[in-house]
Design a protein around this ligand. Structure first.
Ligand code: PEP
Ligand code: MG
Length: 571
């Protein structure tokens, strides 16, 4: 019987194939205690050796199929296995509390998983999946449970699973695996990232797909819209979608080396990538990115057991700046606090941590810590164009103080003979409504703006970006948001400055025509959205996007705005 489901489109493409149901035997861990501590520790040690060997093999497969960047995930997994803090914790549980091996690993893993999941950044939340992946592998060895071997699939299938771990995804051979559909996961999960680089269509977050299929069913999936149909009624409709997708893909490839141009030849827009670590630049360059519009530097801090030193940070920033070969790299200073915690620093308890001691409020209070970052950024600017960007700026005084601190550090470095890049720019995120409303004044002092719509929308609509209960209020296309964007962009332009965007909205196909019309200069997004953005821009003239933006600003609701956009895109 035919059945339709809707999930999150995680990797574009259309596929129709037989289902391959991945239903692993569940892990059941006994509560019993052990008497032979030494034996239990040996069991853990042996399973770690076995898992490391596995990871080496997987890394080799991934290196051949996915390239260096994705294969590095398995190095990261191996480093979790070698993490001395974790090892100390589960050894203590076995020794002191007489926990059995599986229970000890599970308890420590759960602690780290909860810690990563509670961070308010999707990137770090997804790191919870890494810890889960590695530790489940260990527990399966300890309990003698089979570990699924997807590398042996040798007929065309779409995998249906609760979730796919990064190590499972890396085993997939795109020749046979035509797609996957999972109950859980989102666009930033590793499975999604890998699916995109393997170019396998994927739909995640389907919640009930595993219960909706049985052996020999046929599944059709649309990795862009997130639509899925079990035993499709009209296979011709799906075939047509597949043909259209193949055509679009060919067309998009041709945009890789093309300049970013509108239909009427305007060349003033820049398409850039967002990154969380130096290794992410590979994908930005592969997708024709013209710079880095946001490097979330908190990655260097959260993935560490101490505040990274000036030297450690300098190495990472220099790697990105050199890797981008003369293209502008915007690095955001530490955006920590709220529920983005550090294992080695205790933030004060607050009723509203998102409105509390965080980001620039924290770093300007702890200049001892901030100084190392600013010095590292300034030194890296000698190797290519760098923009230093302050997060969560609310007042002009705050921006001026942070800028002065940066210029003082610059003077100190120059006194000591360090070279600082002459193209250095000092700008700010516009993610607090007060900054958008007052943009014209900020633009007298800032070299650039980058709108953080992820936060700007949550603060404007008073709707927590993480809460499933108020997603109906989280409206990027609400006219109030468009008005704030207009104020920001106009404010920048009035003083000859440029305005960019690095929130998720910048890469959304429906937002791009509006942002063009509003005059946004730089669009920073996940690497795989860049070519589509370039293609959209090439099909629109400046005058029609300006007309669209003007009409959208007169709308009363987000639905009305979206209708105007779809009329233009489908004309
Ligand atoms: C934003 O708020 O839009 C942004 C880009 O920053 P983050 O998502 O890291 O808060
Ligand atoms: Mg933000």
């Amino acid at each position: 019987m035919s059945k339709k489901l809707s999930g999150i489109g995680a990797s574009n493409g259309i596929s129709i194939a037989k289902v391959y149901i991945l239903n692993e035997q569940p892990i059941v861990i006994s509560n019993s205690n052990v008497s032979d501590v030494q034996k239990e520790l040996e069991i853990i040690e042996n399973s770690i050796i076995k898992a490391k060997k596995d990871l080496e093999g997987l890394q080799k497969i991934a290196l051949e199929k996915l390239g260096e960047e994705k294969a590095a995930i398995f190095e990261a997994h191996a480093s979790i296995l070698e993490d001395p803090a974790m090892a100390e914790e589960f050894t203590a549980l076995v020794k002191d509390k007489k926990y059995n091996a599986a229970k000890a690993i599970k308890e420590v893993a759960d602690k780290y998983i909860v810690m990563f999941q509670s961070m308010d950044d999707a990137y770090f939340q997804e790191r919870a999946a890494d810890v889960k992946d590695v530790t489940e592998r260990l527990i399966r060895y300890i309990l003698n449970l089979p570990v699924a071997d997807l590398a042996t699939i040798n007929e065309e299938v779409i995998i249906v699973a609760e979730d796919l771990t990064p190590s499972q995804t890396a085993q997939l051979n795109p020749k046979f695996v035509k797609g996957f559909a999972c109950n859980i996961g989102g666009r930033t999960s590793h499975a999604a990232i890998m699916a995109r680089s393997l170019e396998i269509p994927a739909v995640l977050g389907l919640k009930t797909i595993l219960n909706s299929v049985k052996e020999n069913d046929i599944l059709a999936i649309d990795g862009e819209s997130g639509e899925v149909e079990v035993n499709p009624k009209n296979k011709e409709d799906w075939d047509k979608l597949a043909q259209n997708f193949a055509k679009e893909k060919e067309e998009l490839k041709t945009f890789k080396d093309k300049p970013t141009l509108t239909k009427d030849g305007f060349d003033g827009f820049l398409l850039e990538g967002n990154i969380g670590s130096p290794k992410d630049i590979e994908s930005v360059l592969e997708n024709g990115g013209e710079g880095i519009g946001l490097f979330r530097s908190e990655f260097l801090y959260m993935d560490n057991d101490h505040f990274p030193t000036e030297e450690e940070q300098f190495i990472a920033y220099k790697q990105v700046v050199e890797g981008m070969q003369g293209k502008l790299v915007i690095i955001r200073t530490l955006d920590i606090g709220g529920d983005k915690k550090l294992s080695y620093f205790k933030f004060p308890e607050e009723m509203n941590p998102f409105l509390g001691y965080r980001a620039i409020r924290f770093t300007m209070d702890r200049k001892d810590i901030f100084k190392d970052q600013i010095r590292a950024l300034l030194r890296a600017s000698a190797f290519g164009p760098v923009g230093i960007m302050f997060p969560m700026i609310a007042t002009v005084d705050e921006f001026l103080a942070a800028k002065k601190f940066t210029l003082d550090c610059k003077a100190d470095l120059e006194k000591d003979g360090h070279k600082i890049g002459k193209d250095l720019e000092i700008g700010m995120m516009v993610e607090i409504p007060a900054a958008a409303v007052n943009a014209e004044n900020f633009a007298k002092h800032a070299d650039f703006f980058s709108v953080g719509t992820n936060d700007l929308i949550q603060y404007t609509m008073a709707a927590d970006r993480m809460s499933e209960n108020v997603t109906y209020l989280y409206q990027p296309y609400n006219p109030s948001i468009l008005k704030l964007l207009k104020m920001t962009i106009d404010g920048a332009h009035k003083h000859g400055k440029w305005a960019g965007m690095c929130g998720e909205m910048a890469g959304e196909p429906q937002a791009i025509p509006l942002l063009m019309g509003l005059g946004l200069d730089a669009y920073s997004m996940s690497a795989t959205s860049i070519l589509k953005a370039r293609s959209i821009m090439s099909k629109l003239t400046m005058s029609e996007t300006q007309e669209l933006a003007k009409n959208a600003l007169d709308c009363e609701t987000a639905e009305q705005v979206l209708e105007l956009v779809s009329n233009l895109l489908n004309k």
